[in-house]
Design a protein around this ligand. Structure first.
Ligand SMILES: O=C(O)c1ccccc1NCC(=O)[C@H](O)[C@H](O)COP(=O)(O)O
Length: 260
């Protein structure tokens, strides 16, 4: 089975286990009492606009292994907010990334920026969990979903007022994202089969996106030089994880990236 296939099987079992502990009805009740979420789309830059960074809280990853096992997620989110990030991405997958939904809830108590739940979302239940934990947006990975499945989850996001960030890796997934009505599309430079990062994926796919869509270049962006390279391809928004987590001074790196 492929790497992604294995994760999706594990995720399906995980979601069923969580549903047994907390019913969907319970989450719907809790979500109905919440104030409306912040708009991730509004926090992002239009094509050619100033650089905005979605800063990620990431303790580990399948490609890098352990990055910062003891990272305090709310404190890191607060560092990002102080450093001028446009939004914060929180990896909530445990086995692959050392994250948890509690990281998102903790970050919500610390920062007022839009928060993205970054996980392998395959079920509306995970969107309800995200909303209840304080997320404003949720990642939907086109490669992990059928076209109908993606379109259905985009609609579920709309019903919950969450912004879907639809992640694509190739031309077919760009078409699927646009057909599903995505208004925020992330081009992931990391190949999910080989784990290799190649910034030319953003250079190839970003020009396919209409100007009305907010585009985000994801993965492998580490330096001001990387930002300058992708700006030439029309990127204005960058999702940055590992480099910010490893940085001695994340605010200083954010400033460097935003001024590139
Ligand atoms: O980061 C990984 O190794 C990874 C492997 C398989 C699926 C997803 C993965 N990462 C999720 C992400 O999209 C990145 O965390 C995000 O784009 C930030 O990337 P980076 O700046 O390179 O940490």
């Amino acid at each position: 089975m492929s790497f992604l296939g294995e994760i999706l099987c594990r995720k399906a079992a995980e979601v069923e286990e969580r549903r047994r502990k907390t019913s969907e009805r319970e989450l719907i009740t809790r979500a109905s009492d919440l104030p409306p979420p912040r708009s991730l789309a509004e926090a992002l830059s239009p094509r050619g606009g100033p650089v905005r960074v979605v800063a990620e809280v990431k303790r580990a990853s399948p490609s890098a292994g352990e990055i910062a096992a003891a990272l305090d997620a709310p404190a890191q989110a607060a560092r990002y907010a102080a450093g001028g990030a446009a939004a914060v991405s929180i990896l909530t997958d445990g086995p692959g990334f050392g994250g948890a939904l509690e990281d998102l809830a903790g970050a919500r108590r610390q920062v007022a920026l839009p928060l993205l739940r970054k996980d392998f979302v395959i079920d509306r239940y995970q969107l309800l969990e995200a909303r209840v934990a304080g997320a404003d947006a949720a990642l939907l990975i086109a490669a992990a979903l059928s076209e109908d499945g993606l379109a259905g989850l985009v609609e579920d996001c709309a019903a919950l007022q969450l912004t879907p960030l639809v992640e694509v890796h190739d031309e077919w997934e760009v078409e699927a994202a646009l057909a599903a009505g995505a208004q925020v599309v992330g081009v992931n430079n990391r190949n999910l089969k080989t784990m290799k990062v190649d910034l030319s994926v953003s250079e190839r796919l970003l020009p396919m996106l209409p100007e009305t869509v907010k585009a985000v270049a994801e993965s492998g962006v580490r330096t001001a030089e990387d930002v300058r390279r992708l700006r030439a391809a029309g990127a204005a928004n960058f999702l940055v994880g590992e480099a910010l987590v490893r940085a001695a001074d994340p605010a200083a790196l954010l400033k460097e990236l935003m001024e590139a």
